[in-house]
Design a protein around this ligand. Structure first.
Ligand code: GLP
Length: 234
C-alpha cells in the first residue's frame, strides 16, 4: 500500500487525478472502475477540466441502490451522468452501472462479472470508504472473496447516506455491489478518504489486521493500491 498524505483533500485529489489522466493518456481504451459518494466528486471535476479523450474508455461502477427509479436524483446512475459522464466524450454504451431494477438480480450480477471479464478486467479502480470501512457497498462481514451480488445496508451506512435523501427512511435497504474479490482483481486501486469522520476506518484499513470487519483492509494484499488522505483523515 502506498499512502499519500496531503494537507488538503484538494491537493490529494489533484495528485490522484493526474494519475488517472496519465493512465488514460497511456491507454486510451482503459477500463476504469468508478465510485460514487461525495469523495470522488472533486476528482471527477478535476478530470473534466483536463479535457481528456474518453471516447475509447470503458467504465464499470461499483454499486447501485436497489429499487430507486434510474432517473431518481440519488441513483448512482444519475450521480455518474451528473458528475462525470455528461461532461466528457464517453460513449453511453461503454458505461456500466449495476441495474438496481433488474428483475433477476443474481442473473444480472453474474452478467456484470462477465462483462467486466469480457472488457479485459478493470485497469484502475477508484474507491471511497465508508465510515465502517466498506468499499463499494461491501459492508463489514462481507466475504473477502465476494463477487457482484445483492447486499443489505447496515443502519450506519443508511444513516451516513441519509444526508443525500430527504430522510433515513428514504434510503434503500438493498443494493447491488461489486464484490471484494471483484475489486481485488483490478490491476490498480486508488482509494480516496478525506475528513475526520474517516480517520478510524482508515487507521483500521491501513494499520489494522486484514479482517472482514473492515473490508478496505484487504487492500493491504493488493499489489498496487494507493490511499490518498488529507491531514484530517490521516
Ligand atoms: C457509499 C458508496 C461508497 C462510498 C461511500 C463513502 O456508501 N457506496 O462507494 O465510498 O458511500 O461516501 P462519501 O464519499 O460520501 O463519504
Amino acid at each position: 500500500m502506498e499512502i499519500i498524505i496531503q494537507p488538503t483533500a484538494l491537493e490529494a485529489t489533484a495528485i490522484a487525478a493526474r494519475m488517472v489522466a496519465a493512465h488514460l493518456r497511456e491507454k486510451p481504451d482503459a477500463v476504469l472502475g468508478l465510485a460514487t459518494g461525495s469523495t470522488p466528486v472533486s476528482l471527477y471535476k478535476e478530470l473534466i477540466s483536463m479535457n481528456l479523450d474518453w471516447s475509447g474508455v470503458t467504465t464499470f461502477n461499483l454499486d447501485e441502490y436497489i429499487g430507486l427509479p434510474c432517473d431518481h436524483p440519488q441513483s448512482y446512475r444519475s450521480f455518474m451522468w451528473e458528475n462525470l459522464f455528461r461532461h466528457v466524450n464517453i460513449r453511453r454504451e461503454n458505461t456500466h452501472i449495476p441495474d438496481g431494477n433488474a428483475v433477476d438480480v443474481p442473473a444480472f450480477c453474474r452478467g456484470y462479472e462477465d462483462r467486466i471479464a469480457a472488457a479485459g478486467g478493470i485497469d484502475l479502480q477508484v474507491l471511497g470508504i465508508g465510515t465502517d470501512g466498506h468499499i463499494g457497498f461491501n459492508e463489514p462481514s462481507s466475504s473477502l472473496a465476494s463477487r457482484t451480488r445483492i447486499k443489505t445496508l447496515t443502519q450506519r451506512t443508511r444513516d451516513d447516506n441519509a444526508r443525500f435523501f430527504g430522510s433515513v427512511e428514504e434510503v434503500p435497504h438493498h443494493v447491488i455491489t461489486m464484490g471484494i474479490g471483484t475489486i481485488m482483481e483490478a490491476r490498480q486501486c486508488l482509494l480516496l478518504a478525506f475528513g475526520e469522520n474517516k480517520t478510524r476506518a482508515i487507521a483500521e484499513a491501513v494499520e489494522g489486521p486484514i479482517t472482514a470487519s473492515n473490508p478496505a483492509s484487504i487492500l493491504q494484499m493488493h499489489p498496487s493500491a494507493r490511499v490518498f488522505l488529507d491531514s484530517e483523515s490521516a
